[in-house]
Ligand binder design. Structure first.
Ligand code: AHR
Length: 500
């Protein structure tokens, strides 16, 4: 019997709820026919799909990064404001698509208000630079009286937007990025842009670009060079990572959380190395502002795409295994809640997304929607350490011998509720688990996601093929909660003290 030990006295850190962020990019059908579709049966007067807005609220996302992604690195934000009939159609070089510019800055802020999410804004440091970033900031955040905020007011938006978090470019280490830079080049530009933006508004939270993934040849060195230049000017460094099965090795894929865990630890170590070099008291935190499962082997690459009008792009259909992995990646983010302050599931709608839509039709929840929604809903304000004793190990090709169970827990002192999140990463064996409870905890609910058909997915015609199931038989006996975790499964066990 494996033992999961958790104690309210052993704290990882306070949960920043922006850990449950997501990402909207002008890519494929994320914006057009995703969140925005005038003429759709559920569209409101702004053209925002209400069916999608309802699912976004149910998903529980808290912060959304916008407008890209690779898209931002060749985007002129001015194209997307003002009267819609005067906005240009423009070739987007990132995805080789025609951008109609019917949705832009003002529309996203309005949509984010309706979705009740905090916007996280990325500026173009690919084809543009300091001036464009500052002007966009002025347009968004200043009160009327100078040219740029006056333009916002003239466009019908009197009140400043108060956008707090700004990303200094996107994946600038990637050769695919329009305006790709060396670490030194980017570090100088990020430093100067941060300097200028802080002259407009000193209290912004700024995110420096880290690596596009841990496999980049410059991983580690890039972060060191960038942070050495920008340490006193930025708050967070970004991480991006997408996970997929390699060569049919589903066992390693189920353990993808190992890879995320190692990447976070490496970036924390690099940031703290720079902290030591600078004899600084300041701690840089992490913005994991793109993460998800993405089957990139099905993607031809940007250069394999013909120039197109708005059309589907990387609309991955997610399986049960994908949902278990997404649940385990959320566990990893929570385990690092002391340093990860923002994280964005990429993306929100249609493009590698928890929500799918048909143009002019239905919207539904993909499998990965469920562990995200339940984690966002039930994770409490304090993340607790968990330890697994006497649990089985599994052998993986990618990570060697690792524990089958991967867990975290949170506590909410207002409700007295402890939430345990745990995955069984064994493909073959169930695990019997006991959780010693101590002070009179009882089981409120045990929800799990698994299926005999691990490739099962949700579709427009069968949108609830894969949903979380309530697990019977998880009970407290002699002060121990006992549960059985089937192979390849994700779990949420909610406990409460009687006095809580
Ligand atoms: O989310 C899809 C793309 O993945 C983003 O545009 C880019 O930042 C990343 O490479």
């Amino acid at each position: 019997m494996a033992r999961l030990v958790v104690d309210r006295a052993f704290v990882v850190g306070a949960l920043d709820r922006r850990l449950f962020g997501s990402f909207v990019e002008h890519m494929g059908r994320c914006v057009y026919t995703g969140i925005y579709e005038p003429g759709h049966a559920t569209a409101d007067p702004d053209g925002f799909r209400q069916d999608v807005l309802e699912l976004v609220r149910e998903l529980g996302v808290t912060a959304i990064r916008y407008p890209g992604g690779n898209f931002v690195s060749n985007y002129d934000w001015e194209d997307g404001v003002g009267p819609k009939d005067q906005r240009p159609r423009r070739l987007d070089l990132a995805w080789r698509a025609i951008e109609p510019n019917q949705f832009g800055t003002d529309e996203f802020v309005a949509w984010a208000g309706k979705a009740d999410v905090e916007p996280v804004w990325a500026v173009n440091l690919g084809t543009r630079g300091i001036r464009e970033a500052v002007e966009l900031l002025e347009y968004c955040n200043l009160t009327a009286g100078t040219e740029l905020p006056d333009r916002r007011v003239a466009n019908g938006h009197e009140a400043p937007y108060g956008i707090k978090v700004w990303c200094l470019g996107n994946e600038m280490d990637g050769p695919w990025q329009i305006g790709h830079k060396t670490a030194e080049e980017y570090a100088r530009l990020a430093e100067e842009t941060a300097n200028a933006m802080r002259r407009v508004e000193p209290g912004l939270e700024l995110v420096a670009c880290g690596s596009s993934n841990a496999g980049m040849p410059t991983f580690g060195e890039w972060e060191r060079v960038v942070l050495e230049r920008t340490y006193d000017l930025v708050d967070h460094v970004s991480l991006h990572a997408y996970y997929e099965p390699h060569d049919g090795d589903q066992g390693s894929f189920l353990a993808a959380a190992e890879e995320m865990d190692r990447m976070i630890s490496a970036v924390v170590a690099t940031a703290d190395h720079v902290k030591a070099l600078k004899r600084s008291d300041k701690e840089i935190t992490l913005s994991f502002d793109e993460w998800n499962v993405w089957n990139q082997r099905h993607f031809p690459g940007e250069l394999g795409l013909g120039i197109r009008e708005v059309s589907p792009l990387i609309e991955d259909t997610y399986t049960v295994d994908d949902a278990v992995v997404v649940g385990s990646l959320l566990i990893t983010l929570l385990r690092h809640a002391d340093r990860v302050k923002i994280a964005c599931l990429a993306q929100l709608v249609n493009v590698i997304a928890p929500i799918r839509t048909e143009p002019d039709g239905r919207a539904w929840r993909q499998t990965i929607f469920h562990p995200f929604a339940l984690t966002a809903r039930y994770a409490g304000p304090t993340v607790l350490q968990t330890a697994i004793g006497d649990g089985p190990d599994i052998d993986t090709a990618a990570f060697g011998r690792i524990p089958a169970l991967w867990s975290t827990a949170t506590y909410d002192e207002n409700t007295g509720e402890t939430a345990i999140f745990v995955v069984n990463r064994s493909e073959t064996d169930k695990v019997d688990l006991e959780i010693p409870l101590g002070r009179g905890l009882r089981v409120l609910e045990h929800l799990a996601l698994y299926d005999d058909d691990r490739a099962a997915a949700n579709t427009a015609d069968d949108p609830d093929r894969v949903v979380p199931r309530s697990v019977d038989g998880t009970e407290v006996v002699d002060g121990n909660c006992t549960a059985t975790l089937p192979p390849a499964s994700w779990h949420l066990i909610r406990l409460r003290t009687d006095e809580g």
